[in-house]
Design a protein around this ligand. Structure first.
Ligand code: SF4
Length: 301
């Protein structure tokens, strides 16, 4: 893994497109991803971003941004303290992992969270593939007293292992579900992102496990949510072919996806805590969007 420190002058990046309904900014404290050689790296859409990759092999490099806290404070003060305060609704991260294993020593995400306690955004949604976000539980609880906080952990499958033709998962589904339990028990909005949906061993049991572990769930399929028309980005990868070769053809279809959404809605007692694709990602704790509709999720979840 090639680790490089790079300087950054801005860290709050205005967002639109897929995240534009619910968020004003994204934050990516790293460039590249240390999990790029694991299962999620296979279909990760960030690998197609030439600005981030710069001709390098996905999964072989991690650029670490220096000066992010200073950049955040400067941008925050401009947005909140100069004239009419502007909304700051942050999705962290959109093209990297905010809790790679290196975060345990580098603590760039933790430093930024500490700064956010003093300069709280209106909303912070953390999106991670790892259980390491639990390291910052007490800090997240502090931050939650100042602003809305959601923590999304991706759990795409209940299978501990896919066939050998697929790369291994960096963290088992079980440890990620345990992290969701810890977040929810701490009173945080703990969101399981089943995205992209992978083949499941037992959809009902998986939905039931997630129902107990999280406040809400977001389901997505690469045909809907990889940021390109009809999943063209993902179709450039080996992922759909590997699914077909392993006998999982039906999981490459939206028919199967909608069948699984129905299973989740049945187990979760309705659509309120089950978001789908773009609308699900853009919803906040009290609202889950489902296509053109929007319903209140209520409290106590
Ligand atoms: S953790 Fe996220 S950014 Fe990293 S390879 Fe996996 S999907 Fe991509």
């Amino acid at each position: 893994m090639e680790l490089t420190e790079i300087s950054c002058k801005t860290i709050l990046n205005p967002t639109g497109g897929f995240l534009g309904q619910g968020f004003t900014h994204t934050i990516n404290l790293y460039r590249g991803c240390a999990l790029g050689n694991t299962l999620c790296g296979l279909y990760c859409y960030a690998q197609w971003n030439p600005y981030h990759v710069r001709g390098r092999m996905w999964g072989r490099f991690l650029d670490v941004k220096a000066g992010a806290v200073e950049a955040y404070c400067t941008q925050y003060d401009r947005l909140k303290n100069a004239g009419e305060p502007k909304p700051i609704r942050i999705f962290m991260s959109s093209v990297t992992e905010p809790y790679p294993p290196q975060e345990r020593t580098l603590r760039r995400t933790r430093e930024l969270l500490e700064a956010m306690v003093g300069r709280p955004p209106d909303l912070l949604a953390i999106q991670s593939h790892t259980p390491l976000v639990v390291d910052d539980l007490s800090l997240l609880r502090q931050l939650q007293r100042r602003c809305d906080v959601s923590v999304h952990i991706t759990v795409e499958t209940d299978k501990p292992r896919l066939p050998a033709s697929f790369p291994q998962q960096a963290y088992s589904p079980n440890v990620r579900i345990q992290a969701l339990h810890a977040l929810r028990a701490a009173g945080l909005d703990a969101v399981a992102t089943v995205s992209p949906l992978l083949p499941l061993d037992d959809p009902e049991r998986f939905a039931d496990e997630l129902e107990q572990a999280c406040t809400r769930v977001i389901l997505d399929h690469y045909l809907l949510g990889d940021g390109s028309k009809d999943g063209q980005r993902t179709k450039q990868t080996a992922f759909p072919r590997l699914l077909r070769e392993a006998g999982y053809e039906e999981w490459t279809t939206l028919e199967k996806f909608h069948e699984i959404v129905d299973v989740f809605r049945s187990v979760f007692g309705g659509p309120e805590r089950v978001g789908v694709s773009r609308e699900g990602f853009n919803a906040s704790r009290n609202k889950v969007y489902d296509g053109p509709q929007c319903v209140s999720a209520g409290s106590g979840t």
